[in-house]
Design a protein around this ligand. Sequence first.
Ligand code: T3D
Length: 265
Amino acid sequence: MEEPLVRVSDSGSVRTLALNRPHALNSFTGAMHGELRAALDAAAGDHSVRCVVVTGTGRGFCAGQDLADPAVAPNRDGATTDVGSAIERYYKPLALRIRSMPVPVVAAVNGVAAGAGANFALLCDIVVAARSASFIQAFSKIGLIPDCGGTWLLPRLVGRANALALSMLADKLGAEDAVRLGLIWKCVDDAAFPAEVEALAARLATMPTRALVATRQALDASQQLDLAAALSLEADAQRILGAAHDFQEGVAAFMAKRAPVFGDR
Ligand code: T3D
């Protein structure tokens, strides 16, 4: 049987999607995009899933677009390629899918994350990296701009000065420096990385999923709002969450000094 391009595995209510083209550092082909999209849609539609982890097999996380994939690579005879259509077809839907997942999404960056592979990670809700991992906005090296959400994400995560330097220089940024700049949440020693990711995902899976997702939506929406509008959005979200099971359960559990059992999704 042929190896899947995305390995899907479950541990309790955590679903792990591992990009699986290790010989090419898990760079994206059209086929891998298709499998990833199907796996994300399946996780979104499966109510037993309460957290998704994306990671890579082998020594890399994802090296961005597979520059040899004839579906998207520039023609070797010098003819131009419509790179924009590849973005519209693959990367824009991927970015929007990640950002609209009905469960928290963790990027477990096990190795190098380059180009769209870096921004694929940065789109996720919480990014944890192995200490040996690195991030490269590789686009300028091949005459492109950051895509897969990079132009939107980078200034928001690290400010304009860092965003421009990372994007223009395309230098490799080690995981520790990525934490220092605020690009990612944390990095952990390589030996501790799998257990740390497992514990983080299991913890998120026990939390009030709907509230976590509403938190992501409110934080993203607030970027376009003034304070009064953000306060109104908070009130609207709390009105909905406050009428849901998880709020009743959270308060009841607190009062009874027991662990809550959340179920809303
Ligand atoms: O075109 C469009 O559709 C537009 C979309 C653009 C989105 C983008 O993501 S553009 C950016 C594309 N990515 C890159 O430019 C990164 C290219 N890769 C690298 O710069 C380096 O591989 C890394 C810095 C990521 C890692 O370096 P290193 O020294 O650890 O590994 P390596 O030896 O370069 O790579 C290992 C193998 O993976 C190698 O194959 P080989 O020689 O062992 O057969 C290499 O060719 C392959 N590989 C790595 N990245 C890609 C790739 N093959 C195809 N496409 C890649 N992106």
